[in-house]
Design a protein around this ligand. Structure first.
Ligand code: PGA
Ligand code: ZN
Length: 398
């Protein structure tokens, strides 16, 4: 794959903040356009994303001239080259957002050269490249949908300590899952308007409703009631991203809440239950609830194999969030998936709260056969772009 050109510009994300958009053209004329998402409740150990203007400058002035006319035999070869060009472990020189943009565009353009859908190429790279081969060949396939229908924490202006209240349809059919998800989402909106007033249907950063609640458990009580009324109680699981680094609650308060939460809700999924350095508190929870519940690291693990290695050694989690922009290249994100599989963890691919309409993450999740994917609510263009891409892939893959 010979690179003809790469150029970057600033584009808007869903919060109206500048992020990085790129276009890469390969020598045979195949081209790709991609853009990178940005988090708000970012983990301390994430690779460093530079301000968009700076990252764009680094792509146009440093990365593009080095890539022009160069041949790369694989995704790994391109990513290794970019990682070496930066030289810093957290990619602070060129920016994780600059490197990831080039990495994503190369992957997408390569799929076009091979004339295969992006998810198929992701699967090929996952199986045939990389340092730590999983030894467990996976076929591409549908992830379960983790739909964030109530927003709190840093993603909303309400009184909820926790960030994401997730409904997780039990079927693996994307279309059927979306149907269940939208039915509940709309019924929730109607119920909130009725009981809390119309202002309660305003939404947060990921498209979930974001009114004040009586307490941090009330959203689940309401969702349980609605699911029962609609006879969807058996069709869904519940989950929570506590994003506890930013939850402003003590360890004791958190423990107390999880006891009530697991008893009342019997959740499938609990992400970042404690702040990002508390590996041992995660381990206590995994020991206690890990049989029924996926206890997932996000800020704890930051798609970083070294953090994941520690989480495995301390038995902190049995599941992990994978966000390519936490680590800053496609190859390293795939390495993180391989490591998770080696540890026997569930894999949940994820968008960020600040998104563009780029649907890359949908193909990524399908290609590695992630167990789940977090895409926010089934509303707002930047979230819907991914749900619609999954629906499209479901057809392509038939
Ligand atoms: P972020 O939040 O994209 O704002 O970091 C998402 C998450 O915590 O999962
Ligand atoms: Zn999270």
């Amino acid at each position: 794959m010979k690179i003809k050109s790469l150029d970057a510009r600033e584009v808007l994300d869903s919060r109206g903040m500048w992020t990085v958009g790129v276009r890469m053209v390969l020598a045979d004329g195949a081209y790709a356009v991609d853009s990178v998402p940005q988090g708000k409740s970012t983990g301390f150990h994430e690779a460093l994303s530079l301000p968009a203007a700076q990252a764009v400058r680094n792509i146009n002035k440093v990365i593009a001239p080095k890539l022009r006319g160069k041949n790369f035999a694989s995704q790994t070869a391109l990513d290794d080259f970019l990682i070496r060009l930066d030289g810093a472990p957290n990619k602070k020189k060129l920016g994780a957002n600059a490197i990831l943009a080039a990495s994503m565009a190369f992957l997408r353009a390569s799929a076009k050269v091979k004339k295969v859908p992006l998810w198929k190429h992701v699967n090929d790279v996952y199986l045939h490249e990389g340092k730590s081969r999983s030894g467990d060949p996976v076929k591409p396939g549908a992830p379960r949908l983790f739909m964030n229908v109530v927003n709190g924490g840093l993603h909303a202006g309400n009184n909820l300590h926790f960030q994401e209240y997730l409904i997780i349809p039990k079927t693996k059919s994307v279309k059927a899952s979306v149907e269940i998800g939208t039915t509940l989402y709309h019924a929730l909106g109607a119920m909130l308007a009725r009981t809390k007033g119309k202002v309660a249907t305003n939404i947060g950063d990921e498209g979930g409703y974001a009114p004040d609640f009586k307490d941090d458990l009330e959203p689940f009580r309401i969702l349980q009631k609605i699911a029962k009324q609609l006879r969807l109680g058996k069709a869904i699981d519940f989950g929570l991203d506590a994003a506890a680094t930013d939850a402003r609650l003590s360890k004791e308060d958190l423990m107390h809440f999880y006891k009530k939460f697991t008893t009342a809700v019997r959740p499938l999924y609990l992400e970042d239950p404690f702040p990002e350095e508390q590996f041992e508190d995660f381990a206590v929870l995994t020991e206690k609830y890990g049989k029924e519940t996926w206890i997932a690291g996000d800020d704890l693990t930051t798609t970083n194999v070294r953090r994941m290695e520690r989480a495995d050694a301390e038995e902190s989690v049995n599941a992990v969030i994978i966000k390519p922009n936490q680590i800053g290249s496609v190859s390293e994100a795939l390495d993180a998936v391989r490591a998770a599989r080696q540890y026997g963890w569930k894999v949940v691919a994820s968008h960020r709260s600040g998104e563009t309409n780029d649907s890359f993450i949908a193909d990524f999740a399908w290609g590695v056969r992630a167990d789940g994917i977090k895409l926010g609510a089934p509303a707002r263009g930047e979230r819907v772009a991914k749900y619609n891409r999954l629906i499209e892939i479901e057809h392509e893959a038939r």
